[in-house]
Design a protein around this ligand. Structure first.
Ligand SMILES: Nc1ncnc2c1ncn2[C@@H]1O[C@H](COP(=O)(O)OP(=O)(O)OP(=O)(O)O)[C@@H](O)[C@H]1O
Length: 278
């Protein structure tokens, strides 16, 4: 390889993610969302979009409104104002299950796993939305139900391989270290084959090594499954490393929106968040 070609290759490898990859159209469009709890304004007139195949972070100091925003997207909270659209289809007053059926899956900050059930069975619960045959056929495992179950199990095994948790397939989730439980929670969400994956503090409570593993899996999910990712996360290093664009909230208002470099250089953001010890 010539020196020039080598230099070009090195430059490409060092290119920021946002410029090195091409995104699709807007997949999730959040417009003018306002949410109050009694007198507390959790979100005021928040708008941002997420492009297909993007990793989009929502950051901000404690109480800024990050969880509220995620909860509005997946139907846990119903905002008083504004709209959210998935691929141009606006959804309002939808329950979490309906939002999930539309293709928006979520992991939880406080794991929502069945601790006594195996890794395999926990991830299978993520397939429930996709099971078409009726309960009787499923119970008897006959006809189309049998074929369907085989297909679901194959998909779940693919996720287990992908997340490198084969040795723990049969282990009750409650017996696994916290970092692995978080990985199972990611697997459960992935089993839904989501178009958009919402990650609620995926690195919370993890040690450095577990954080590195989780970062790699998020990037791989994004690359290999083509899943669009929206995440909220307190670890700024992680956010800036893996995100393509970042929304910054403070006291329920949007104060910044752009690439990690743009956000890092935004004086309002520095004042509100990056300059503090959060
Ligand atoms: N269910 C609720 N009832 C009442 N107030 C709420 C509720 N959920 C959130 N809030 C309030 O809304 C505001 C935003 O909270 P939210 O949890 O969304 O912030 P956050 O950025 O996720 O914070 P943290 O980083 O601490 O998790 C806070 O003032 C909070 O007290």
């Amino acid at each position: 390889m010539t020196d020039a070609a080598l230099l070009e290759q090195q430059e490409q490898a060092a290119a920021p993610r946002a410029t090195a990859r091409r995104f699709g159209d807007v997949i999730l469009d959040v417009k003018n969302i306002s949410l109050s709890f009694g007198g507390v304004k959790a979100l005021t007139d928040i708008s941002f979009d997420v492009r297909e195949h993007e990793i989009r972070a929502i950051i901000g100091p404690n109480g800024a409104g990050k969880s509220s925003m995620l909860n509005c997207i997946n139907g846990v909270y119903q905002p008083q104002q504004g709209s959210i659209a998935l691929r141009g289809k606006t959804f309002r007053h939808m329950k979490s299950r309906q939002v999930a059926e539309m293709g928006i899956a979520r992991t939880f900050q406080n794991l929502a796993l069945f601790k006594g059930m195996s890794v395999l069975d926990n991830i299978m619960t993520g397939r429930n939305l996709r099971i078409k045959s009726n309960l009787l056929l499923q119970a008897l495992r006959i006809g189309p139900a049998e074929k369907e179950e085989i297909r679901h199990r194959e998909y779940v095994e693919r996720i287990i391989d992908f997340l490198e948790i084969q040795p723990f397939r049969k282990t009750p989730v409650g017996q696994l270290p916290y970092g692995l439980q978080k990985r199972v929670d990611l697997g459960r969400a992935l089993a839904m084959e989501p178009q958009v994956l919402l990650l609620d503090e995926p690195m919370a409570g993890m040690n450095v090594e577990e954080k590195q593993d989780m970062c790699r899996f998020i990037l791989d999910v994004n690359d290999e499954f083509g899943t669009t990712v929206v995440l909220i996360e307190h670890d700024m290093g992680v956010v800036m490393d893996i995100s393509d664009r970042v929304v910054v909230l403070d006291y329920g208002r949007k104060i910044g929106d752009g690439t990690p470099d743009e956000v890092r250089g935004n004086p309002e953001v520095i004042k509100a968040y990056l300059g503090t010890a959060h």
